[in-house]
Design a protein around this ligand. Structure first.
Ligand code: ADP
Ligand code: MG
Length: 225
């Protein structure tokens, strides 16, 4: 559904990414791994249309993505949901209000969908709470619910378990895995090799280049857990 063709991102003194050819598919969890500074976040920003490549092209459903800010922003809010390490929740809004925020911006508020999303993530009883009243795992579930509220085709997550203990992190990875099983394209940056079992494909980065693209075949084993 989304393709990167020969994508590079150069900063004045750093080549953060070079010669990236990668296709993002639906119903698949693609994991991006690599040492710190290898370009993981830069690559995720390209996939999430948060930044423009200095070379190469990005296509969605075969169509080139415009460089025009307003067109990109509209496409992004309809097509992509974001999850970050720091959760990114407003401390002054309840869980429910945080989740609905992207729908306010896109102008398509559908209050019925929040119930089913919250229920599926196990946070339906926490909707009236402020983030300070939630555990780390609950906060990240709220952030995932917010990423889902506009029913995007693609979810991108940068170190979504980086602030969580290992058990809670595994639960969050299970949630992301479930989204891929339901048809979403899910792209996750992590440097936790224990999470590899949740991935269909793993991209390994080093110095801004793909050094390995591994295919996994672990679905059945994973679902038994
Ligand atoms: P990772 O997420 O794998 O730790 P990043 O994608 O954040 O790596 O960064 C890749 C490289 O690009 C690093 O060398 C980093 O210092 C550099 N970089 C990232 N963002 C910028 C920026 N805005 N300006 C200059 N250099 C940057
Ligand atoms: Mg990073």
């Amino acid at each position: 559904m989304l393709e990167l063709l020969d994508v590079c991102k150069e900063y004045p003194r750093v080549k953060a990414l070079c010669d990236i050819d990668l296709a993002i598919k639906d119903s698949e969890l693609l994991m991006i791994m690599g040492p710190s500074g290898s370009g993981k976040s830069t690559l995720l920003h390209m996939i999430g249309l948060l930044d423009i490549p200095t070379k190469g092209k990005i296509r969605i459903m075969g169509k080139p993505v415009s460089d025009l800010d307003d067109k990109r922003a509209a496409l992004r809010s309809k097509f992509i949901g974001f999850v970050f390490q720091e959760f990114g929740l407003s401390p002054y809004l309840t869980a429910e209000e945080n989740i609905l925020l992207p729908a306010v911006f896109s102008g398509e508020i559908d209050k019925t969908s929040i119930d089913s999303i919250a229920e599926s993530l196990g946070i339906h009883k926490r909707l009236k709470h402020l983030p300070s009243q939630l555990s780390g795992g609950e906060k990240q579930r709220v952030a995932i619910a917010r990423a889902l509220i506009n029913d995007p085709k693609l979810i991108v997550a940068d170190e979504p378990t980086g602030n969580l203990d290992s058990k809670t992190g595994e639960q969050v990875m299970n949630v992301l895995r479930g989204l891929a099983d339901k048809g979403k394209a899910v792209v996750v940056v992590t440097h936790n090799s224990e999470h590899e079992v949740f991935a269909d494909r793993i991209v390994k980065l080093r110095d801004g280049a793909i050094t390995k693209l591994l295919k996994k075949k672990v679905k059945k084993q994973r679902n038994k857990k």
